[in-house]
Design a protein around this ligand. Structure first.
Ligand SMILES: C[S@@+](CC[C@H](N)C(=O)[O-])C[C@H]1O[C@@H](n2cnc3c(N)ncnc32)[C@H](O)[C@@H]1O
Length: 308
């Protein structure tokens, strides 16, 4: 039986575009009832990002039989480092925070761009396959850039260089030591993988809940955010994902998938109704800003596609 008395200690440690904190309560109300009666014993999240749903669920329902994955190697490197080298990471991030906060505003900008340049220059020297000391410094730099960069974005250009400009925060909290310890304790109980979403198939059985939160299909010409990684997630990728959803459905797993709702812009665009024909499509209300013109911003709906 799930122990819902456990306090939720570990929270997402990164700001991440498309983070699900805001929608969490609505998503939770759509969790399958089998989570409550203990019939679901595994959890898989193949587009982990900052992991808002994962951190909530792993501290409420499924304590250890979890797999999280993402195709962004830098992101997975940070998760694996926090899993096994959190003390070193905290020490080094604390040093960096002290150095940064002691500087004037102008010098902080220079400092940010120095760290960003180092982060990009060192990429080719990193062996992403072997956890080594260099991973700690890389994770420290990534967390620093995430906390002090513009809007906490993670964005790379076509060469793979991280290209977010510095942000304008008066006193950014760069190191949250307690949270990192709590995150590390949670991550020690779960499996973490770098790879494409299809690579999680072997872990999924009929007692598994899978939550998919892929890059959203752009709903208008101007709304296409985001290069989380060098590869684009275009309509062909969305359809490959729909095929994979059907494969896992055939295994008897419970499936939840988020995406944008084309009907916000074009009521005749039935891309998802066709791709997920036969499954349940719910519309959730979100407060995302999809319009550059602030007067035209308001609640929009997002899709939740369920096989139960
Ligand atoms: C919308 S974000 C997930 C947001 C996350 N739910 C959160 O709360 O922060 C999408 C994620 O999918 C990852 N991604 C993109 N293409 C992928 C692929 N083919 N396989 C696995 N992950 C992929 C991106 O690196 C990104 O982290």
């Amino acid at each position: 039986m799930p122990d819902i008395s456990i306090p939720q200690k570990a929270r997402p440690f990164l700001k991440w575009a498309g983070g699900k904190r805001q929608l969490l309560e609505q998503l939770k109300s759509h969790f399958p009832p089998e989570l409550d009666d203990g019939c679901i014993t595994r959890y898989v999240e193949p587009f982990i990002g900052s992991g808002a749903v994962f951190f909530d669920l792993v501290q409420t329902y499924i304590q250890d039989d979890c797999l999280i994955a993402d195709v962004n190697p830098e992101l997975i490197l940070v998760y694996l480092t926090i899993q096994s080298r959190v003390d070193e990471l905290i020490d080094q991030l604390g040093d960096l925070e002290r150095d940064y906060l002691s500087l004037s505003e102008a010098d902080r900008q220079n400092f940010y761009y120095q760290i960003r340049a180092r982060y990009n220059n060192q990429r080719d020297l990193i062996d992403f396959g072997v956890l080594e000391s260099a991973w700690v410094e890389r994770s420290v730099n990534m967390l620093f850039l995430n906390r002090t960069g513009y809007n906490g974005l993670y964005r790379v250009n076509s060469k793979g260089d991280f290209n977010v400009p510095c942000g304008r925060y008066k006193n950014p909290r760069i190191l949250d030591e307690e949270n990192l310890h709590n995150v590390s304790a949670v991550l020690n109980r779960v499996s973490i993988r770098y790879g494409d979403f299809e690579d999680v198939a072997d872990f999924v059985d009929d007692k598994t809940l899978v939550y998919f939160d892929p890059p959203y299909r752009p709903i208008s010409e101007t709304a296409h955010f985001t290069t989380y990684s060098k590869q684009a997630f275009n309509d062909n990728q969305q359809l490959r994902l729909a095929d994979f959803y059907r494969q896992l459905d055939a295994k008897g797993a419970k499936l939840m998938l988020s995406n944008s709702d084309p009907h916000n812009i074009d009521p005749h665009d039935d891309f998802f109704e066709r791709a997920y024909d036969g499954f349940r499509i719910e519309r959730l209300q979100a407060k995302r800003n999809i319009n550059r013109d602030p007067t035209k911003r308001g609640p929009i709906s997002e899709l939740l596609i369920l096989n139960y």
